[in-house]
Design a protein around this ligand. Structure first.
Ligand SMILES: NC(=O)c1ccc[n+]([C@@H]2O[C@H](COP(=O)([O-])OP(=O)(O)OC[C@H]3O[C@@H](n4cnc5c(N)ncnc54)[C@H](OP(=O)(O)O)[C@@H]3O)[C@@H](O)[C@H]2O)c1
Length: 419
């Protein structure tokens, strides 16, 4: 029996807990997980510690008083060693061939592990929360490892949900792991949806800055890597910055939102908001709109992901409520990558995984000066022409990823260098 005055929820939200009459929406977070377990604590590990999200996470850790018990990075040895001496974690991981440059310089009590095995070991190390910020398909395995160890994962690696959303949730459920989004739009949605009944939700809206080419040039063929790397509002790693310039990043975020919040694609809108101050909005069926607003500073969503629903203070200036806030629809003719992401989501199966692999290949080729900016979408389109069946076990993912990459390389070669 429900306590008096409490309405039974009408939907089995992710099939978790709603069937338990003692539970209400206030017991569950916006992803349908119990607020109670596992409770984020003070000991964190950071995967991708030398990158944009990683270094900002360590700033947050210093402010909020977290202990850093594990660090994993790839090749930036000097930065990794600096972090190891500052935080003295039990475990540090780097690329295998760099072990000789790292091991002799680690502080006493810190052990080095290397390669993908080492990355998984750090992901599973004894910690309360794992900040997952290794980009791309390669960031998926450590997310899985952390969840299978029952960890709370603060998820920046959006590709994990795009490539394997259902499997990621299955891993989390099986081992009692938990996910909280770090991506600013998803962190925004999460905050807006705290305590809201699912059945009141009409649509969600993700905002996009529009990137450096929002106002031109009309023809994107001659865009250079340097131009595409100059993002107007966010400072991020190179891959995600190029993806922001093509709007592919927003496409990934649409797919990530669908997988994280269990939403059909037709309920996810994108709106361009160049000021990047409104991160996400939710339209409710009574006509109300709720938005999450804040400075474009990733340290806020990182802190929230580590502490939600608590809100410890951060030493940042308050956001001035002045100036203009613009909203406009995205131009999916010039920025075809966004439309292609919706298309991959509609096709389902492993199409989103193939879309991601194609983009990783195309962006690397663009940065290497081997592919025109506007041809990134062409490469993705060609890869999506193949059939991409449903994959329901982890073992099938690397093969599908490799197949998509092979097709993308073939398309890239065919589409030619700078022609
Ligand atoms: N940056 C943002 O503002 C932002 C916002 C929302 C979401 N995200 C998402 O967060 C993720 C990280 O983005 P980022 O901008 O922080 O990327 P980034 O600046 O390029 O940093 C990537 C990090 O991952 C490490 N790494 C790469 N390959 C690795 C491997 N095989 N093993 C271990 N570590 C590896 C890198 O190490 P080395 O540099 O030492 O090689 C670096 O520490 C992406 O999925 C992105 O989409 C980023």
């Amino acid at each position: 029996m429900l306590p008096e005055g409490r309405r039974a929820p009408t939907s089995a939200w992710r099939g978790i807990a709603w069937h338990n009459a003692a539970m209400t929406r206030h017991d569950l977070d916006p992803l349908g997980q119990s607020w109670a377990a596992p409770v984020p604590g003070r000991r964190i590990t950071v995967l991708g510690s030398t990158g944009s999200i990683g270094t900002q996470t360590l700033e947050v850790a210093a402010w909020a008083g977290h202990d850093v018990v594990g660090l994993a990075a790839g090749r930036r040895v000097d930065r990794l060693l600096e972090q190891a001496h500052r935080w003295r974690p039990a475990l540090v991981a780097c690329d295998e061939d760099l072990a000789d440059r790292v091991a002799p310089h680690l502080p006493t009590g810190t052990r080095l592990v290397t390669g993908s095995e080492g990355l998984a070991q750090v992901a599973q190390a004894d910690a309360d929360s794992v900040v997952a910020a290794v980009p791309g398909f390669r960031g998926l395995a450590p997310v899985r490892a952390a969840l299978e160890a029952g960890r709370h994962v603060a998820l920046a690696t959006k590709e994990a949900m795009v490539c394997a959303g259902a499997l990621v949730w299955r891993a989390a459920r099986a081992a009692g792991g938990r996910l909280t989004p770090v991506d600013s739009e998803h962190a925004g949605l999460y905050q807006v949806l705290v305590g809201e009944p699912r059945e009141g939700l009409e649509r969600v809206v993700l905002t996009a800055s529009g990137g450096p080419f929002r106002e031109g040039p009309a023809d994107l063929a001659a865009v250079t890597p340097a131009q595409a790397l100059a993002h107007p509002t966010w400072r991020m790693g190179p891959k995600v910055t190029i993806d922001s310039a093509t709007l592919f990043n927003k496409g990934l975020e649409v797919l990530e939102a669908a997988a994280l919040f269990d939403l059909p694609l037709e309920r996810i809108e994108v709106v361009v908001h160049p000021q990047s101050l409104v991160h996400a909005l939710v339209r409710f069926r009574d006509g109300s709109i709720k938005a999450q607003v804040g400075p474009h500073d990733m340290r806020l969503p990182i802190l929230y992901a580590l502490e939600a629903p608590e809100r410890p203070p951060l030493p940042l200036d308050p956001l001035p409520l002045s100036g203009r806030w613009d909203f406009e629809p995205p131009d999916t003719q010039r920025f075809r990558c966004l439309a292609l992401a919706y298309e991959a989501g509609r096709r389902g199966g492993s199409a989103p995984l193939a879309l991601n692999a194609a983009d990783e290949v195309a962006v690397a080729a663009f940065l290497a000066g081997e592919l025109r900016f506007d041809r990134i979408a062409d490469v993705i389109e060609r890869v999506l022409e193949a059939p991409w069946p449903e994959l329901d076990d982890w073992a099938a993912l690397p093969e599908a990823d490799a197949e998509a990459r092979a097709l993308a390389h073939a398309a890239r070669e065919h589409l030619g260098v700078r022609a």
